[in-house]
Design a protein around this ligand. Structure first.
Ligand code: MG
Length: 166
């Protein structure tokens, strides 16, 4: 059974959204480099690569279902920030909007009878719980660190040790 037009449009939009997130995290990595926070820059680079991998998961699914991939435009991301905390708060907001989009894709897959998409979307629902939790942890750590440069340096080292995942 072919993918419904509505579902296909939503899947293609999700590919673009993941790529936009990747683009945005790369801009954040650039800002951290400019602030001499190489650990946070590394963390953002890894996050950016992860988002591209997410886009490719949806890309592969669309192709495997015999449908055409249609990529959308990506807006220039924010590249200048007022503080380290602001960057991670922005990242958390971004993850929350991705979560909302994944959740509505799941609802759409159910209503459109696109059951083939359910395992993929279930994976993403779990992934978003982890994404939000990890960014939220950094936001909390940064709030606790406040203006203490020593605490910020320690956090930078800790985030720079992030292992490369899937
Ligand atoms: Mg993602």
């Amino acid at each position: 059974m072919p993918v419904s037009k509505k579902m296909l449009g939503a899947l293609n939009d999700q590919i673009t959204m993941e790529l936009a997130a990747s683009h945005s995290y790369l801009a954040m990595a650039g800002w951290f480099e400019s602030q001499n926070l190489p650990g946070m820059a590394t963390w953002m680079q890894i996050q950016s690569a992860e988002e591209r991998a997410h886009a490719l998961k949806f890309f592969d699914f669309v192709v495997d279902r015999g449908e055409d991939v249609v990529l959308g435009a990506i807006e220039a991301p924010q590249g200048v920030f007022g503080s380290v905390l602001e960057v991670f708060e922005r990242a958390l907001a971004q993850e929350k909007s991705v979560t909302a989009s994944i959740n509505s894709l799941y609802t759409l897959a159910s209503s459109e009878g696109e059951l083939e998409a359910v395992p993929l979307l279930t994976w993403f629902i779990n992934e978003q719980v982890e994404e939000e939790a990890s960014v939220d942890q950094v936001v909390e750590d940064l709030r606790r660190a406040g203006d203490d440069p020593q605490a910020l340096l320690m956090l930078d080292r800790e985030l720079g040790a992030r292992p490369v995942e899937e």
